[in-house]
Design a protein. Structure first.
Length: 249
């Protein structure tokens, strides 16, 4: 089973802005470009509910550039198991898009390119445009997302080129006067394609995260109503508790 945050759900791609500081007369002018990044270790890398690491840990990291106009580019990578993309042990995502805040409602549109180096010559790479709309009201944030990968050879399940549609909803709320944030996610993959294990399925998760300065510790329960048996014999779409530790810079 191939991959993609969040998961973007997921929650797949988290790039946090660097903090802004008050400017005095001796400071240089503020740049219109922001550079940010992240590094994370996770106990199991799940893409839309399905383990990409045979339920083992993964190392992940990303870096991004964003312009005050709303345009941004970033690259994100993760270790994966070799059943995901015909022998590849890496996923590298290239992302470009545009984000705009309309009085608290944020529109985000862009394009993902999933690249799997060392895939034994197989056609495993594909493109996936996305659009999301999010809104924050007090401590509560909600986001609706749609990802659509047009018909491509890499998504085939044996019937020529296939396409794939993924729709999802994400919710989070910060607990006042604490460093804790609660989150929930539900998504549905429409098939058939390689991303849906040959059939459509639903994934969901609930989680909690604790933040201290630029560190974030997270715990999630992730599950699906699909079944995918990896070459190891494990059902990598079965529910499980995941842990993560990340740093933003």
């Amino acid at each position: 089973m191939r991959t993609s945050i969040t998961g973007l759900s997921a929650l797949a791609i988290a790039i946090l802005s660097t903090p802004a500081y008050a400017q005095d007369e001796t400071d240089p002018p503020e740049s219109s470009v922001t550079i940010s990044g992240s590094a994370t270790v996770v106990s199991d890398y799940r893409f839309r509910g399905i383990s990409q690491t045979d339920k083992h840990f993964a190392l992940q990291g990303g870096i991004g550039l964003s312009h005050e106009s709303g345009f941004y580019v970033s690259v994100w990578g993760s270790s994966i198991d070799d059943y995901v993309a015909n022998g590849s042990d890496q996923e590298i995502d290239f992302i470009g898009g545009w984000k705009k805040d309309f009085d608290g409602t944020v529109l985000d549109v862009g394009l993902l390119y999933y690249f799997y180096p060392g895939g034994n010559g197989a056609n495993t790479d594909f493109f996936e445009p996305y659009v999301s709309v999010s809104h924050t009201l007090g401590p509560v944030s909600a986001k609706l997302t749609a990802n659509y990968a047009w018909k491509q050879n890499a998504l085939t399940v044996g019937n020529g080129k296939e396409d794939n549609l993924y729709v999802a909803g994400d919710f989070s709320t910060a607990i006042p006067e604490t460093p804790l944030t609660l989150s929930a996610h539900i998504g549905h993959s429409f098939g058939p394609s390689y991303l849906t294990i040959g059939d459509e399925y639903t994934d969901w998760n609930v989680g909690v995260s604790y933040s201290y300065r630029n560190l974030t510790l997270g715990m999630q329960y992730v599950d699906t109503d699909g079944t995918f048996i990896a070459p190891s014999g494990k059902n990598v779409s079965k529910g499980g508790v995941l842990a993560s530790l990340g740093v933003a810079f």
